[in-house]
Write a protein that binds this ligand. Structure first.
Ligand SMILES: [Zn+2]
Length: 252
């Protein structure tokens, strides 16, 4: 099996435990929740060759931050450390509709930064999939992963046509809606993710679930698990190279 791809993990939330994931089994796009965790994620990226750091503020935290100051901090991290991804950034009408206006201001700011520096995005868009997608297009964002996609099926096709990726989460094991997403997603647009250390319906999400996730994808797609693993690793390589990073994946 190829190296396991985790295209969306909150590695900074594991404390010192994050090191156990940096032993070459996993290649991770580590996302941040706010300015402080962005600083931590940048450090993890420096310390581990298998971590690609993403900086940003989760839409759930939008109302708690000073938007202009946060955008300045994030842009400074991008410039000073050569960061190539923003995440977890986006919009959420499903769980926090009450802060949507400030989420929008913050996300617009992130899109401006991503557009200026040609960055990729790890996008959270619960309940606001189309709005987020239209904004990415408007700002000509070169690369994006729609993390844990559960949005409308017709939009899925547009996301794929744009060359963006669909994040498939271990929730696949228990969430019918997510299974339907995978069925409609071409394998060449799929990236695996854990969203660890989040818990969902009895699942403790984390990189150790990736193998099981690949097996389930293999069953649903009727493609050999080693082939699924290889294709996902190649997809991740394409994602990285689209923002000027070396793929870090050696094809077998
Ligand atoms: Zn997340």
């Amino acid at each position: 099996m190829s190296i396991l791809v985790d295209s969306h993990v909150h590695l900074h939330e594991y404390g010192d435990g994050w090191r156990s994931y940096c032993d070459g089994r996993y290649l991770m796009l580590a996302v941040s929740d706010d300015a402080d965790s962005s600083v931590v994620t940048v450090r993890l990226g420096r310390e581990c060759a298998h971590v690609v750091p993403a900086v940003g503020v989760h839409p759930w935290n939008a109302a708690r931050v000073d938007v202009s100051e946060t955008l300045r901090t994030v842009e400074r991290l991008v410039v000073e450390h050569g960061i190539r991804f923003l995440g977890e950034v986006g919009l959420d009408r499903a769980f926090h509709p009450e802060t949507f206006d400030v989420q929008l201001r913050l996300f617009e700011g992130f899109l401006r930064i991503a557009s200026d520096y040609g960055l990729g995005l790890s996008v959270h868009a619960a309940g606001a999939w189309r709005e987020a997608f239209e904004m990415l297009r408007r700002y000509r964002i070169p690369a994006a992963v729609f993390h844990w996609y559960t949005g409308p099926p017709d939009l899925l096709e547009e996301i794929v046509a744009e060359g963006y990726f669909i994040g498939i989460n271990p929730a696949l094991l228990v969430q019918k809606k997510h299974e339907a997403v995978l069925e409609r997603s071409p394998l060449d647009s799929v990236l695996t993710e854990s969203d660890g250390p989040y818990s969902y319906r009895g699942l403790t999400l984390g990189p150790e679930m990736l193998r099981r996730l690949l097996e389930r994808i293999s069953e649903i797609k009727s493609v050999d698990v080693d082939e699924v693993s290889k294709r996902v690793a190649e997809n991740f390589g394409r994602l990285l190279s689209s923002v000027g990073l070396r793929s870090g994946v050696s094809p077998r």
